[in-house]
Design a protein around this ligand. Structure first.
Ligand code: G3H
Length: 482
């Protein structure tokens, strides 16, 4: 906030996953460039955030809750005016379909509105007094300092703002680094950031992770670390902080959400939910279903319906009506996915849908692989792409073991009708994952629900109200009553 710097240093070109025809043939379209900050320059951004916080006495934490809300509401008005520009960039930068890009934008606005509503509620309840054993106390919510917010490329607007705004509304100042892909879409919002917040409250850094965020972590001046991305990235950065006990982290990490499909499942519903669950946004969602575990008695019937539906998914450009299969933004993703498929095939699985296993430029066709067994990479590695591994199981204990033995524990889906049996599964899974979805796909929303996970899939809980608690600390004002 406060100032927009003109950039005189090195620039980093941003290429779209969309190829365009040029005189030299088909080429990835370069759609812009971002500054490439040095570590010194990213530390300048941090210094601005530290100054605006000023040990809790700075301009931003000193504001009343209602005043901070006013700033954010002004920003929301300016943000709404940039909808078309941001939606276009989502399509060009990460290949998200137009309806999904519009949904990401609208959902982000709603999330900020809901966060404001939750903050008003939190403010009301935290001014209450508690009394016990002759002591009366008021529990206040206080900010914690400087938050470093980083989001992933699959939700570059929504996931970043889902931590940035709660952090901000609680009185923290923020440094945020846009995702590697989905970085230009911050540009239409820069003036709104500048005009709606005091200097130093929001600071945006661009560039290579090690030089930029690495330097921030090593400085020891980051108090809150909000990161949605890979376990590897999160642990590397956390390790760089010289006083880890002073760093509060909230992390959304890797996942391998399974769907367990029992013999009495409504097959048409299971197929419908598993199609969007596995393949919406080409499987690039942390909550995507990444392993289908189907009872042996129905696996042939399920696969017949499922593969027929997969083969009907339409490839095209993100703005083409009715498309489901779009270009993948990560360079080399097709080769990586093919490596997973080849590994499974070399160990006895097959590609079972007609259109599977086709790579062309930044496209990789939805590919169903069956039968996947535990020794294959596809059984345990998060593919984060349009490859759907299908496993078969015979008895319930086997399905339970699969979930218990997994390193991940974000969510799972369970398809079936026998309520007693479903109840036993729920009991077995309640301490394994953050959410059990019955007869429906895994998903984060609604954003007012807690979003978390177990094992290697998360640290802390996000959602509208939870995020406000995560980004603040309770301070008691206590006195004796007797
Ligand atoms: O990539 C992780 C997202 O939080 C998934 O959100 O389930 O709404 O697609 P979603």
């Amino acid at each position: 906030g406060g100032e927009l710097r003109t950039w005189a240093g090195e620039l980093n070109p941003v290429a779209s996953p969309v190829f365009v025809r040029t005189p030299e043939g088909l080429k990835q379209k370069v759609i812009g460039a971002t500054p490439l900050l040095t570590s010194r320059e990213s530390l300048d951004a941090l210094a601005a955030a530290v100054k605006a916080y000023d040990s809790g006495r700075g301009v931003w934490p000193s504001l009343k809750v209602a005043e901070r809300i006013e700033h954010v509401e002004r920003f929301l008005t300016a943000m709404r005016a940039q909808r078309t520009a941001v939606v276009n960039l989502l399509m060009w930068e990460i290949g998200k379909t137009q309806p999904d890009s519009e949904k990401e934008f609208d959902r982000t606005v709603d999330l900020i509105v809901e966060t404001i509503r939750a903050l008003k509620e939190l403010d009301r309840t935290s001014s209450r007094f508690v009394q016990d054993q002759g002591i009366m106390a008021q529990i206040r919510r206080a900010p914690m300092g400087v938050a470093l917010c980083m989001g992933p490329y699959n939700y570059p607007l929504n996931e970043t703002f889902s931590t940035l705004f709660p952090a901000l509304l609680m009185g923290n100042t923020v440094v945020f680094k846009p995702a590697k892909f989905g970085v230009l879409l911050v540009r239409p919002l820069l003036e709104a950031f500048r005009d709606c917040f005091p200097p130093g409250v929001i600071n945006i850094i661009y560039g290579r992770g090690r030089e930029t965020v690495g330097a921030l972590m090593e400085s020891g001046q980051v108090d809150l670390f909000a990161f949605i991305g890979t376990n590897k990235g999160a642990s590397e950065l956390k390790r760089m902080h010289p006083r880890p006990h002073r760093l509060k982290s909230v992390l959304g990490l890797d996942a391998k959400n399974p769907a367990i499909i029992l013999e009495d499942a409504d097959l048409d519903n299971a197929v419908k939910e598993c199609i969007t669950g596995t393949l919406s946004f080409n499987g690039q969602r942390c909550t995507a279903l990444k392993l289908l575990v189907v009872h042996r008695n129905i696996v042939d019937a399920f696969l017949a319906k499922f593969t027929a539906a997969v083969d009907k998914l339409k490839p095209g450009m993100p703005w083409d009506p009715g498309v489901a299969v779009t270009p993948l933004p990560e360079p080399g993703k097709g080769a990586y996915l093919q490596g997973l498929v080849d590994d499974a095939v070399s160990k006895g699985a097959r590609v079972v849908n007609q259109t599977g296993g086709q790579a062309s430029r930044s496209f990789y066709s939805p590919t169903v692989v069956y039968p996947v067994t535990k020794d294959m990479r596809l059984a345990s590695e998060e593919q984060f792409g349009p490859v759907v591994p299908v496993m078969v199981f015979d008895d319930d204990a086997e399905a339970v073991r699969l979930v218990v033995e997994s390193h991940f524990g974000q969510q799972l889906s369970l398809f079936g009708k026998d309520s007693a049996r479903i109840g036993r599964f729920i009991d077995a899974f309640s301490n394994q994952v953050g959410r059990i979805n019955l007869n429906c796909q895994c998903q984060r929303g609604p954003d007012t629900f807690p979003f978390n996970g177990r094992k290697d899939s998360a640290e802390g809980t996000l959602s509208v109200a939870d995020a406000l608690r995560v980004f603040s600390i309770r301070t008691l004002v206590a006195t004796k009553t007797t």
